[in-house]
Design a protein around this ligand. Structure first.
Ligand code: NAP
Length: 519
């Protein structure tokens, strides 16, 4: 039994009231977490008054050294953390590595960026002459916000979600209060222990809240920031909080997304591009049991190729063994909670009611291996087909957060573009094709609706990443339904935690302050 504790103002604190945490593979109670509704005002103040000044006193290079230490601390405990992920989160070993290596890798990436930015505490843009006089200049500079970052994370990436936000905030010089989702908080807690145990962060720079944050969101002030990842509903609630609406607390929302894969008409079965398309769709449906914000939910296929594509995807999906993630044969574990399983079932029913039909799998029938009869929150992968996708509203509006995708048939490239846009803003879309003109239509039409667009053509077919992999060097986030936010993207990510100010004055003074040896 693991008791998930908070780390507040330098001490580990247990809650007074507790709620149980279940292993989603067996439904056994494996831990507990606080069920209190705390007042975290003093923690906010401590982070502001101790953590903030200590971090801002350091240069990017020095903060980078801290991140390197955090990355190492997680990597050193990798094997133990993988076990925790399997036994408390229901992830397969491979899914656990995806989360944990994502965490240590992103910290390492930002550590290296810190070293590159060097012995400075600000970012500056080129200066410009403002009038007739060649002495009077303006320069945009970015300085750390003198506030606190509140990070609220989703359940599906307890390690990576915590670490990717932490890496960027710490490098930007902003202290962090981080809150994991309750259901998968055991792994997040172990990661937080590794972070604290590394003993490299200044006092007050890191706080971990197990359970509810009480009314902390409403207590945030004008220089604080709120970075949220989770459902669109919670995101909308937080966006409407007193602090965001009344005090302009800066907010970044990463929410739902109906990510798409588009197969171009020029791709033939047997092509390398076709092979990668099949690999990606199956991986995106089944990796982490489809519980990825970047997982492919809609697969656009030329009408004439639909039967073949469905046959090939079904053959691949039928090979995916479902069951206890501790079993070596198993490729897909359970969903994280009973609620997630119920939502999955009702979500598939919603897609069916909207005009899609199930062509592989079942939302209700599954025979997981290696688990007690009837136990665990398992589901099978479900593939649906929409012959008239323009009429299947739910396919473009309802995210089924599990191993589920709908093959949508299209007749022309322009129609495919319009259908992809029906998702109203997404995190990632992937286009598979080789004909330049068709690719141009897809890229120009789809890009404005997405934060990221992966293009798999013959020349790079064997070199591309899978669409669900979020790299720290590229932005993550998307417009509209996806929350309208943006994270990571190398140096771009730092700007959320910094204030841009146009400093206007004597050119020589600006040059001295911002272009010579920096402040
Ligand atoms: P959720 O239910 O919205 O919860 C997300 C987080 O918000 C959890 O930590 C939750 O805490 C917390 N929370 C809930 N109500 C709150 C409130 N009133 N004040 C402060 N915090 C509150 O979402 P989820 O079920 O964990 O995550 C699944 C969703 O996240 C999916 O829709 C997925 O698409 C999305 N997601 C998006 C991204 C992305 O980058 N765009 C990444 C991952 C997931 P408790 O757990 O304690 O309730």
């Amino acid at each position: 039994m693991i008791e998930v504790k908070s780390y507040l103002m330098g001490a580990w604190v247990a809650g007074e009231r507790k709620s149980d945490l279940l292993d989603p593979s067996t439904e056994a109670v494996v831990g507990s977490i606080s069920a209190d509704r705390p007042n975290l005002g003093a923690v906010l103040e401590h982070a502001r008054s101790a953590g903030g000044p200590a971090l801002r006193a350091l240069t990017f290079a020095q903060r980078g050294v801290i991140l390197k230490g955090l990355s190492k601390a997680i990597h050193t405990q990798r094997e133990a953390l993988i076990e925790v992920s399997i036994t408390s989160g229901g992830t397969t070993r491979s899914d656990a590595k995806f989360d944990l290596d994502g965490a240590s890798g992103t910290l390492a990436y930002y550590a290296a960026l810190g070293a590159k930015l060097g012995e400075t505490r600000l970012l500056s843009e080129p200066s410009e002459q403002l009038g007739q006089d060649s002495r009077f200049f303006g320069q945009h500079v970015w300085l750390s916000r003198e506030g606190v970052a509140l990070h609220v994370n989703a359940f599906n990436f307890p390690a990576w979600g915590l670490a990717e936000k932490l890496a960027v905030a710490i490098l930007a010089g902003v202290p962090v209060i981080t809150k994991p989702a309750t259901s998968t908080s055991i792994l997040a807690f172990r990661v937080a222990e590794a972070i604290v145990g590394a003993n490299v962060l200044p006092a007050g720079a890191f706080h971990f809240v197990a359970g509810s944050v009480g009314d902390l969101v409403d207590q945030l002030g004008p220089t604080d920031v709120l970075a949220f990842t989770g459902s669109a509903d919670t995101g909308a609630k937080l966006r409407g909080s007193r602090s965001v609406v009344g005090r302009s607390t800066r907010v970044n929302i990463e929410a739902d997304s109906l990510n798409s894969a588009v197969l171009a008409p020029d791709v033939e079965p047997g092509d390398d591009v076709y092979r990668i398309f099949l690999r990606d769709v199956v991986k995106e449906m089944t990796q982490k049991t489809g519980q990825k914000c970047t997982a492919t939910r809609r697969v656009f296929v030329p009408r004439g190729q639909a039967d073949r594509v469905i046959e090939d995807l079904s053959a691949e999906l039928s090979r995916v063994k479902i069951g206890h993630p501790g079993n070596d044969e198993v490729r897909m574990g359970p969903l994280a909670t009973k609620q997630q399983r119920d939502d999955f079932r009702s979500g598939v029913a919603k897609l069916e009611a909207s005009g899609a039909r199930v062509v592989f799998g079942s939302a209700t029938e599954v025979s997981p291996i290696g688990v007690p009869d009837g136990k665990g929150f398992f589901v099978a992968p479900v593939l649906l087909r929409a012959d008239e996708p323009s009429k299947a509203d739910a396919v473009h509006a309802h995210e089924v957060f599990g191993p589920c995708a709908t093959v949508c048939l299209y007749d022309t490239a322009d129609e495919a573009v319009a259908l992809v846009a029906r998702g109203e803003g997404g995190l990632v879309s992937t286009v598979y094709g080789d004909d330049r003109e068709t690719l141009r239509t897809f890229i120009m039409g789809i890009a404005p609706y997405h934060g990221r667009l992966l293009v798999v053509s013959a020349k790079v077919a064997d070199k591309t990443i899978t669409p669900g992999l979020v790299l720290p060097s590229c932005v993550h986030g998307g417009p509209g339904r996806a929350g309208g936010g943006e994270e990571l993207g190398g140096e771009r990510g730092l700007r959320f935690y910094m204030q841009r100010t146009a400093v206007q004055g004597d050119r020589a003074l600006l040059d001295k302050l911002f272009e010579g040896p920096k402040a």
